[in-house]
Design a binder for this molecule. Structure first.
Ligand code: PXP
Length: 239
């Protein structure tokens, strides 16, 4: 299993003071040195953490894979086409939310999304759709020609009883299996941390996880290099 690290929270800390540090671009370099397989940043409409300068510099320095997480708006598509990340992860975005609250709603008219995906593909940018773990959403993602689906693990992370955790986990596992049998690449993310990642690692169809909050939180105490190494050890089952 591979690990992409979301560096948004480093930018959040910078913005808390309106100064130049800590710099998410420096964080990305450290994550790569520690063995991360990719760097994720979410450019939000309100630029509350990552800003346009960060995305530009990340594109220059990231040597693994740059995943630009964004809403499928005209503004963001234009930026993606200028910056040329390796991958765009399309997410729904609500202005007031603290973090991305759910997967994309693919249940109604997807013609706008289809145009966005075609435009990104025309520039050789791969597209991942962030979806809730349900089979109908997988079918739609395949119809829309996305290369990757990222299964939303937020519900799993929020479950409080063992029974609910196992239920949600088996749902994620079944959807991952069904999707990968149809040839689409499956990744997962949201709310994953150093404890709840263990059972996710055992779902063989999930090729990669995208983690931000827990790694950057641990980095405050252990340093970023060690926080990344600790997570890599778990996901590679190297303990
Ligand atoms: N994947 C997506 C699509 C996200 O929106 C986020 C949060 O920015 C993450 C993964 C990472 O979530 P967390 O910060 O909870 O690890």
């Amino acid at each position: 299993m591979k690990l992409s690290i979301n560096v948004d929270h480093v930018a959040t800390l910078r913005e808390a003071r309106g100064e130049n540090e800590p710099d998410p671009v420096v964080a990305a370099g450290i994550c790569e040195l520690a063995g991360a397989d990719g760097i994720v940043c979410h450019l939000r409409e309100d630029r509350r953490h990552i800003n346009d300068r960060d995305v530009r510099l990340l594109r220059e320095i990231v040597n693994t894979k740059l995943d630009l997480e964004m809403a499928g708006t005209d503004e963001m598509v234009k930026i993606a086409i200028e910056i040329l990340p390796d991958l765009v992860t399309l997410v729904p975005e609500k202005r007031q939310e603290l973090t991305t609250e759910g997967g994309l709603d693919l249940s109604s008219d997807n013609s706008r999304l289809s145009d966005v995906i075609k435009e990104l593909h025309s520039k050789d940018i791969k597209v991942s759709l962030f979806i809730d773990p349900n089979p109908a959403a997988v079918d739609k993602a395949i119809e829309l020609n996305a290369e990757i689906i990222e299964l939303h693990t937020g519900r799993f992370a929020n479950m409080r009883t063992e029974k609910d955790v196992l239920l949600e986990l088996s749902r994620i596992g079944a959807v991952a299996r069904m999707a990968s049998e149809q040839g689409i690449i499956v990744t997962a993310g949201h709310g994953l941390h150093y404890s709840n990642i263990f059972p996710v690692v055992n779902i063989p169809e999930i090729q990669e996880v995208s983690i931000g909050h827990s790694i950057i939180s641990r980095a405050v105490f252990t340093g970023l290099h060690k926080a990344v190494e600790d997570m890599i050890r778990i996901i590679r089952k190297n303990y």
